[in-house]
Design a binder for this molecule. Sequence first.
Ligand SMILES: Cc1cc2nc3c(=O)[nH]c(=O)nc-3n(C[C@H](O)[C@H](O)[C@H](O)COP(=O)(O)OP(=O)(O)OC[C@H]3O[C@@H](n4cnc5c(N)ncnc54)[C@H](O)[C@@H]3O)c2cc1C
Length: 378
Amino acid sequence: MTHHADIVVVGGGPVGAAFALALHASGIAVTMLESRERKTVVADARPLALSHGSRLIFERLGIWDLLAPATAITRVHVSQRGSFGRVEMTAENEQVPALGYVIDYAHLSATLSQAITVRGLSVEYGANVTAVRAQQPAVECNERKLDAQLVVVADGGLIDGLAPQKSIDYHQTALTGFVQTDIPHRYTAYERFTSDGPLALLPSNGGYALVWTTRAERAEQLYESAPREFLVALQKEFGARAGTFTGVAQRACYPLMLRYATHIARPGVVVIGNAAQSLHPVAGQGFNLGLRDAWELARSICTTPVQELGSVAVANAQRARRRMDRYAGIAVTHGLVQLFSNDFFPLRVARGIGTTFTGCVPPLRDFFARRMIFGMRG
Ligand SMILES: Cc1cc2nc3c(=O)[nH]c(=O)nc-3n(C[C@H](O)[C@H](O)[C@H](O)COP(=O)(O)OP(=O)(O)OC[C@H]3O[C@@H](n4cnc5c(N)ncnc54)[C@H](O)[C@@H]3O)c2cc1C
């Protein structure tokens, strides 16, 4: 038997779940399909820096208070190893309560799943989607067929051949973990560019969440090294700005590549979140961008008659609304990785001059800060 919904959401990760929650109370019949089993606890402890703009979206979804305790970032310090120049951004200068908030993926996923259950949204766990089509029936899942006016794909980019894609392998791995230092974090986040890749320390509870991007082989060695050896290597790479590193826990590795769909929407199918663009974690943009994909799509859908959800107009509107923000997010993160991941001396000096200039010219610094906080429409 074919099951019908107005909208089928493929993937119940943070972006798919936020999209489904945004349509709660819209009167549109939404079914979310998630391949994970209901009782599986998401063990992914990767830290996510949520922008102030994401906080505003979560507030509108009625989720923000449930995400506590997210640690506020009130100051961001950007520097490069082995050279001069730095940029400092503060919440005070940008006139926001905080520049961002640090939360981990597992906590965010659990909170959103719980909200979906409490609000009685239709969700199937253990539902592995194997095919998506623009024509009805729209989705094949566990040898069943579901039809819908619109399929919203938020599977993180795992279903092959869904949308034409471009990809670039960074040959870098992000090593994450929780580290402690001998001085309090004072709500400061650090982004330090090294020739191997950027290293971020994000204030999190009583310590820092670490995102250390480096060559794949080095990340593997660091992952396996004894805690003492790891902390010595981290201190050498980061320096003393955050104090002396005293402990490390929960190390994990994520291979990195840039992957993005060249067509995010066609009549009947829209792709959002990591399925639309999977970015390097430098500057913490991926989820924030994906959440804006979800929010913008939900807003346009709420004013569309149900029988027109799969129309050319909905697809065109999503492409137009998301074009600038997406391509800016892709260009900025990819550009930063290219610009900073090498040790060519003249470039190092030019970078120092560039960062010093940005740090010293408040309108330029504020321009970058507001794009980080609110996206390209900031
Ligand atoms: C180390 C690291 C640090 C990061 N830090 C930040 C940060 O600070 N700030 C930030 O904004 N972003 C950050 N990101 C990016 C962020 O993690 C992603 O952008 C975000 O997780 C994307 O969410 P999503 O829901 O689109 O995809 P996913 O999180 O990949 O979720 C996809 C969901 O779809 C399900 N699924 C997959 N295939 C199927 C199928 N066939 N059928 C049904 N369901 C399926 C999966 O089980 C999963 O639940 C970071 C990423 C990394 C790797």
